[in-house]
Design a protein around this ligand. Structure first.
Ligand SMILES: *[C@@H]1O[C@H](CO)[C@@H](O)[C@H](O)[C@H]1NC(C)=O
Ligand SMILES: *[C@@H]1O[C@H](CO)[C@@H](O)[C@H](O)[C@H]1NC(C)=O
Ligand SMILES: *[C@@H]1O[C@H](CO)[C@@H](O)[C@H](O)[C@H]1NC(C)=O
Ligand SMILES: *[C@@H]1O[C@H](CO)[C@@H](O)[C@H](O)[C@H]1NC(C)=O
Ligand SMILES: *[C@@H]1O[C@H](CO)[C@@H](O)[C@H](O)[C@H]1NC(C)=O
Ligand SMILES: *[C@@H]1O[C@H](CO)[C@@H](O)[C@H](O)[C@H]1NC(C)=O
Ligand SMILES: *[C@@H]1O[C@H](CO)[C@@H](O)[C@H](O)[C@H]1NC(C)=O
Ligand SMILES: *[C@@H]1O[C@H](CO)[C@@H](O)[C@H](O)[C@H]1NC(C)=O
Ligand SMILES: *[C@@H]1O[C@H](CO)[C@@H](O)[C@H](O)[C@H]1NC(C)=O
Length: 893
């Protein structure tokens, strides 16, 4: 046995960690009731903890929902009455987003409950990422079992997988994730901690968890007949890095025979199990002046901590710094009074964990990110769920590796890399994503037989490991980059009618010329494709490009291109000279606004179409170098809830963007009544919020690469004639400093008040930063308050809303201009959603798809009220606000 190293952790006020009360913590919890259908209310407040449990549907693609047998429903509380079972795939994975390097409590519950009427309790494996976490044996635990570990994820995504190992069908009832508050607890030399037991010593049967335990650890009472219980009515400080519930510390056990040791013993499942034991002590008796309580801690009869004296009404946590094993098939942990002690030892609470190793490293994070973000999303869009095997880690364990790819086969302590990717016939659309460069070890890439468009990107040539690229059978166009003609690279491109197969096709477009591509490497057996392209050009009529493939000829393809040399004809049409811009705007005569980047002028295009011309200010100097690239990107972004970019000008110093013109101003003006003195009603506000959310969702999920708006605010939500919302000013922020209303040059990103608080820590803005800003916009729409108002007691709108909610004065929150003409449920739901969005931690915010679907439901609920009798309506409202008051309030969390 290793030299035991038991540490004494004495913690006092100085180490106290500031915490915003318990309300803040719960927002970071993930609580899934597996199998809860999304059609029913997709979430509910669990009665014991007051925590909101929601459906697991969005975290997993596979499996079916069911319920335990009806006569057993009384035996189990929610979330254990529902379950998800997995009849089809061998491995089924939940994918949860987490903070890398943060410690989490992960808990999974499994109840069979004869849901299928077969009385056949299943046995299967539970994996965490690519590693085995536990075998779930429901034949042994017929009444169900719960697995729990303390684990620090090594990436921002956590995969919890159920793996079929025999004939029976895996299932899961509940999945819970609780981030711990700090990193300074539950240290291990290596591996994670698998919970064996967590108990407080009290005779009365009971359970403690959230809200008594801020991290929602589950504590069970435990007591032996040879012990005597002592207790206190005074407050015991639980303030150290472990924060066990105060109630767990209020009682303790002492051996009834004062000279006998207090002994806890158990039989290990496996002799090689390694243990960490955390004992929580506090003196809860009033000792006489002559009284002393002092004891030794023994492991397997050997003293590991000497002469310990518990502090009065203050917690001490004692644990072993390196793991312990047990001798002779029995584990024994003892507290024994020292000779000078006048009182027996005491123990308030105890946690015992075994070490669990996760040796197989996950696949390289960038590889996974590419494959799961780019590829899976596209394939899903095209085919729904056909590739359901694409779950969990793409490469490991090997037997569950995704089809369509191969990985480097190194040892478990090296993250696997993707070496070949076959996405042939996968319904891929759009351009070849630049993110594919992240697969730096890729040797074979097969994208054939899809409908990919755009040019063959130059960056493929920089991917040094690539040996074979198959792009045949797509709609690629433009010239082939010269750099791709490198030795050792086999390139297959036949069947792309728009592709110009020579670098020289920019000139002599009137000449006929044959182009030959020999895509061959001597050592590999390959198809040699010889393509002859004949261009016939006629400037007046739509011209024809004929692609003849010989000698194994393919059908002649007709296409309409003016000049194949330009990478994008669209782009050309949208580029305007400075003089055209001046003409369009009548010399910048009518200024209609002033935004983050410069003034906005009204203009007319082709004598009829109204446009808004944003003249980019000269002062913001740096960043212009990416202008063209970004504009090219934005020109391809089209969505009904995004202000569309019509064209641009980049002549010398003159940069301008030409947008569609929206005559109805921005949302801020409408909220403040500045537009026409009338105010938008609640139903229309919800609709506008939904439309803006859809636009933003499109930027995040519909664009490759995703576009982060970075400056969501009410003045960037414009309204058309029908008051339809369109987001403005997206996508430019990456190369332009954003100023907003303030012209302070030090403002580097976003607009004060709307800016994600995490930005101050990470200096990064991501999709979830937009979600934060969107939450602020929602609060503005609900309250019509200024985002920052120094004259309010709580200057920031989120603080103000929290404050007012806490005071219970709901009507004070709502925009008085609404004259209470709204349905409470939809208002509350919107308010809850807004508070969810502005969670200080980005992982706990919803994504825009969730936001959009919540808003949709709000809108449905609001619109449905027209169909109801007035009396019923008010009754319903009363009911709902009552339950909100007690439980569902955002602040109550
Ligand atoms: C499980 O769900 C899938 C689709 O979600 C369905 O096709 C299948 O029939 C379901 N199986 C059972 C046993 O209900
Ligand atoms: C399962 O629950 C029943 C009823 O509560 C009980 O009698 C039985 O002992 C339990 N079985 C196990 C293995 O815990
Ligand atoms: C925990 O430590 C990691 C790495 O040291 C750090 O990135 C993370 O922010 C820390 N988390 C907390 C809650 O302190
Ligand atoms: C501990 O025991 C006391 C008395 O035995 C009881 O009043 C108290 O509620 C118990 N505490 C918990 C958390 O069960
Ligand atoms: C009390 O414990 C001591 C030490 O283990 C033992 O010698 C003694 O017999 C015990 N007394 C009773 C009454 O059990
Ligand atoms: C005990 O643990 C060791 C190492 O973790 C493992 O190799 C062995 O299979 C386990 N034995 C049993 C019976 O589970
Ligand atoms: C402490 O002293 C008091 C008298 O001062 C005595 O009654 C009591 O028994 C002593 N307690 C112990 C544990 O020695
Ligand atoms: C590609 O890798 C870089 C870091 O190397 C990362 O920042 C970026 O998000 C990755 N892109 C994708 C789509 O995986
Ligand atoms: C191309 O894809 C279509 C459907 O996506 C499929 O029917 C066809 O067989 C594929 N052709 C080849 C050559 O793979």
């Amino acid at each position: 046995m290793d030299t035991p190293c038991w540490l004494l952790l004495l913690l006092f006020g100085a180490f106290a960690i500031f915490r915003n009360g318990q309300a803040q913590d719960q927002l970071e919890f993930i609580s899934l009731d597996c199998g809860l259908p999304v059609s029913e209310p997709s979430s509910y407040i669990e009665s014991v903890t007051g925590l909101r449990f929601s459906s697991d549907a969005e975290f997993i693609q596979t499996g079916n929902s069911s319920k335990i047998q009806a006569n057993m429903e009384d035996d189990y509380l929610k979330p254990y009455t529902r379950l998800r079972y997995f009849p089809d795939e061998r491995r089924n994975c939940y994918s949860l987003s987490v903070d890398k390097d943060r410690k989490y409590l992960i808990r999974a519950g499994f109840i069979y409950g004869n849901y299928d009427g077969l009385n056949s309790n299943p046995i299967f494996d539970l994996h965490l990422g690519p590693n085995l976490w536990a075998t779930i044996d429901l034949q042994k635990f017929v009444n169900g079992t719960i697995e729990e570990i303390l684990h620090t994820p090594t990436s921002n995504s956590l995969q919890v997988c159920l793996v079929k190992t025999g004939k029976t069908t895996p299932l899961i009832s509940a999945l819970e994730l609780r981030p711990l508050g700090n990193n300074n607890s539950y240290h291990t030399e290596s591996g994670s901690l698998n919970l064996l037991v967590r108990m407080y010593l009290n005779k009365t049967d009971g359970f403690l968890r959230y809200p008594d335990d801020v991290y929602d650890r589950r504590w069970r009472n435990y007591f032996l007949t040879e012990w005597t219980q002592i207790s206190t009515t005074l407050e015991v400080s639980n303030d150290n890095n472990y924060d066990p519930p105060k109630k767990a510390l209020e009682t303790a056990a002492t051996p009834s025979n004062a000279s006998a040791p207090l002994t806890i013993s158990w039989t290990p499942d496996n002799r090689s199990d390694q243990y960490y034991v955390y004992s929580h002590f506090a003196e809860i008796q009033d000792l006489q002046t002559n009284g002393t309580r002092e004891f030794d801690l023994l492991w397997d009869g050997v003293v590991v901590t000497e002469s310990f004296i518990p502090a009065k009404l203050v917690i001490d946590t004692v644990y072993n710094g390196s793991p312990e094993t047990c001798q002779e098939g029995k584990c024994r942990y003892q507290l024994k009074k020292t000779s000078r002690s006048t009182l027996p030892p005491l123990l308030n609470a105890l946690e015992i964990y075994t070490v669990i190793q996760f040796p197989q490293l996950e696949t390289n994070e960038n590889d996974v990110k590419f494959i799961s973000v780019v590829a899976v999303k596209n394939i899903k869009a095209a085919y729904g769920l056909t590739r359901i095997r694409w779950q969990g880690d793409p490469c490991v364990p090997k037997q569950y590796a995704w089809d369509g790819l191969n990985c480097s086969n190194t040892d478990i302590s090296t993250p696997p890399r993707i070496t070949s990717l076959n996405l042939s016939s996968s319904g891929l659309t759009g351009t070849i994503a630049a993110a594919i460069q992240n697969l730096t070890q890729l040797e074979k890439l097969d994208l054939s037989n899809n409908t990919l468009t755009g040019v063959v990107p130059e960056f493929l040539a920089q991917m040094k490991s690539l040996v074979i690229i198959n792009l045949s059978g797509n709609d690629l166009n433009g010239p082939l980059p010269q750099a791709l003609h490198r030795n050792g690279l086999e390139l297959l491109v036949q069947g792309n009618p728009g592709l110009c197969l020579s670098g020289s096709c920019t000139e002599n477009s009137k000449k006929k010329f044959p182009v030959v591509i020999v895509a061959s490497v001597a050592s590999v057996a390959i198809i040699v494709a010889v393509l002859v392209l004949i261009f016939v050009l006629n400037k007046k009529k739509p011209s024809t490009v004929e692609a003849l493939q010989s000698p194994q000829s393919t059908p002649t393809v007709h296409n309409t291109y003016d000049n194949i040399s330009e990478p994008s004809i669209e782009t050309k049409k949208r580029r305007f000279t400075y003089s055209e811009v001046m003409k369009m705007t009548n010399n910048f005569q009518r200024v209609v606004g002033e935004g983050g980047f410069g003034v906005v002028c009204h203009g007319t295009l082709n004598g009829s179409k109204q446009v808004a011309v944003k003249v980019l200010s000269q002062s913001s100097g740096q960043g212009y170098k990416h202008f063209k690239a970004e504009v090219d990107l934005l020109l391809r972004v089209h969505h009904t809830n995004l202000v569309s970019l019509v064209g641009y000008c980049d002549e010398g110093d003159h940069l301008a963007l030409i947008y569609e013109f929206l005559p109805n101003g921005d949302l801020r003006q409408h909220l403040s009544g500045k537009r026409d003195g009338s105010f938008i009603n609640w139903g229309n506000r919800l609709r506008i919020a939904l439309e803006a959310a859809l636009g933003l969702e499109y930027l995040h999920s519909g664009c490759t690469p995703p576009i982060v708006h970075r400056d969501i605010k009410t003045t960037n939500i414009l309204l058309d004639e029908q008051l339809k919302a369109k987001l403005a000013d997206f996508g430019l922020s990456r190369s332009f400093p954003v100023g907003g209303e303030s012209h302070i040059s030090t403002v580097v990103a976003g607009t004060p008040g709307y800016l994600d608080p995490e930005y101050y820590r990470t200096s990064r803005l991501g999709e979830k930063s937009d979600v934060y800003s969107f939450g602020i916009v929602l609060l503005e729409m609900i309250t019509n308050q200024l985002v920052i108002d120094q004259s309010r007691e709580k200057s920031h709108i989120t603080q103000w809303v929290m404050f007012e909610l806490n005071r219970g004065d709901i009507t004070k929150i709502m925009d008085p201009n609404l004259h209470e003409d709204y349905e409470s449920p939809s208002v509350w739901r919107a308010l809850e959603l807004a508070m969810w969005c502005v969670n200080s931690s980005s992982v706990n915010r919803p994504n825009m798809s969730q936001v959009a679907s919540e808003l949709k439901e709000c809108l449905v609920s609001e619109n449905s009220r027209g169909n109801m009798g007035k009396g019923m309506d008010s009754q319903r409202s009363a009911e709902v606000s009552l339950s909100f008051d007690t439980k569902m309030f955002p602040t109550a969390r």
